[in-house]
Every structure is written in structure tokens, then in C-alpha cells.
Design a protein around this ligand. Sequence first.
Ligand SMILES: *Cc1c(COP(=O)(O)O)cnc(C)c1O
Length: 399
Amino acid sequence: MNTKEILDMSDQYLMRNVGRIPLAPVRGEGALLWDADGKEYLDFVSGIAVNSLGHCHPAVVDAITRQAKKLIHCSNLYYIEPQALLAKFLVEQSGLSKAFFCNSGAEANEAAIKLARKHAKLKFSPDKVEIITAWQSFHGRTLATITATGQTKYQKGFEPLPEGFKYVPFNDLDAMEQSIGPATCAVLLEPVQGEGGVNVATRAYLEGVKMLCRENGALLIFDEVQTGLGRTGQFLALQHYGVEPDILTLAKALGGGFPIGAMLATGDVAGTFQPGDHASTFGGNPLACAAALAAMEELLLGGVIKNAAAVGAYMQDKLKDLVKKYNYVTEVRGLGLLLGVELIIEGKGIVEGCQEKGLLINCVNGNVLRFIPPLTINRQDVDLALEILETVMDGFQAN
Ligand SMILES: *Cc1c(COP(=O)(O)O)cnc(C)c1O
């Protein structure tokens, strides 16, 4: 099928639940992507921070192929070898104690919310149920996670929402101190807000929140679905801060493109779930875990995280230099290869212009260009991307 045929059939048979861009990728390799008409793109979206090793990394392809020939799925009623190996890996790398596997970031956060609620009820009181999250956060699309998400646009039309969620401005420790109390069961935060505009938490903020959580018997949950697994130039973004959460959620890059999510917790908290408390049919199945194991091994042993830190710093510097030209840019920010350029104009036209010229980027919040390329890119890839970006941005001005 060519692009037009794919678009037409999709528009006829698929729900219009997302605003789709008229592009139909059919093949990928490394940082390159080809559409159904054979046009080539440099992919600085990477499936929204999923394809951190680039498209179709041979180690992941090989692991999926080998595991698919052995055992694709079996129930979590039984013990699954790749799941045990992946749990061991994530526990050792994160410093938390135990893992639970699911299929997505939303499910990982849903599990985290359930675990925190149950823990507070057992350990403290049945009224300790409140979850505090930040404005502009993003935690997923299930009912509980859109409620945790501090952006009303994701909640509108789906009321009634689950109770017990409260929002505070991000990076504002005083506001957190005002909000947190004996009824607080947990605080849920992204170390860098991805969908909310690439907003980087300060060290003082996360350290302060951790202290407030301790004082109030509340758990600290880090949603590292987007920031985790090398994206920010460390295995976990929390390593930039030296702040240890009680619960950690992961997904996006975990499976090297294959769907899998994880929720990890520290000893006492992890022990809260008892047989029957929570489960998922597909969560942590043999195929997903084999893909994730291969992706994680490549991430750690392949020097990918160091590369993300170095190339990320290079790209951030270069972006800062480039945008001096434009009176419609307010800030360049981010960590590692999670970078944002904030504009005072809409970003949509620039995204479309880049796509036209063979560079895929995206825009969050309407006015923040986001760059989330594979962590395996090199400086030449960055140079090429910024050349295209510059040509496109030259055609815009403050309105
Ligand atoms: C993408 C994302 C989610 C949701 O993940 P899904 O796999 O789409 O459910 C949750 N939290 C953060 C920080 C994310 O970036």
C-alpha cells in the first residue's frame, strides 16, 4: 500500500482518538525511518522516547526472534525465566527491591497508585489516600492516570474521575509543603516533565519533596517512564539528583520497541502486594522480557548512556547557540537527549516544515519543540538535524 491508501483506510476504519500526522512509516534502521512512498526521515521522535537504541536494533530483533521460536506467552500463574532475569537486572540497577511487570507506562503508574494506597491503608490509616501530583505532569490515559495527570485537557469529558488526587505547581517546594499532610499517601512526580513541556526539576525541589514525604509518612513515586533508561544521560534521571524514591515506574524504552512496563518498589513497600492483589495477563510475558533484556544489555554494555550524555550536551549547546537568531524562542532546556525549545509562537508549523525536509521532531504543549532522538545518534546526526531545523526556523518570526 502507498501512503494515500494507508491514510484513507485508516481514516475509514480507525477511531480518531489521536490527531494523526499524514505519514505512514513502514521501515526503520537506526535513526532513519522510511515511509510507504520511500521517503527517508531522520527520526528525532523515536516512537516518543521508545526506540532509544534506534529502529530494529539487531540485538533486540535477534532476542525477539529467538524467544518467539521458544515460547511467546505463558501465564503469570507460572514462573517465567526471562521475567526473573529482567527483574534482577532492574532491581540491581535501580537500587529498589522488587519489580512488577505490565505493558505500558499508564499501567505501571496505575500499579504504583494501587500499591501506595494499599501500603498507606495497611501501615497508617484507611483515610491516608491522597496522591499529590504536579501541574503539567503526564502519567497516562487510564482513568486513574488521567486524574493523576495535572492537565485538565486529558480529563475533560471523562468525569467522574477517581477521587483523592491533588495538584501543585512543579518545582515549587512551598506549594508542596502547603499541600502535603497526614492524608497524603504519595507524591508522584516526573524528574523531567516530558509531555508537559520538558520541564526539569531542580535538585533542591526533589530533595525537599523527599524530606516532606518522610515527615508526612507519604511515599515518593518517580514516574521515569520517559526519563528512565538512559534518556537523560544517566541510567535513571534520579541519579542526577541523588534522591531515592519508594516507587519507580518505567516503560517506553524498556523493551527496545516492544511493549512492556515496570513498577519497582523498596522492600517494605514492595511487600504490600499479596497474592491476588494485582496482575496482568500479558505483563512481563516471555517475549516482552526477552526483548527488554536484550535492549537493557545493549544500553548498558554498548556505551549508549555515555553517548546520550555527551551528544545530548553537544546538542543542547548547539541549540542554545542556534536559537539566538530567533526572537520567538524563549528557552532551550532539558537533560541528556530529552530536549525542548520553548517558543512564543505555535510549534506546529516548524514540526511540519521539518517533516517536509526529512526530519521528524514533535511539539508538546503547543509551543515547545521536543527532541527525543535515539540515544545512539552521533554529532553528525545532530548537525544534520539542526541544519534542517535552522532552514525551517528561518521562515518563522514572532507574530
Ligand atoms: C508516555 C508516558 C506515560 C504513559 O505511558 P503509556 O505507555 O503511553 O501508557 C506515563 N508517564 C510518562 C512520564 C510518560 O512520558
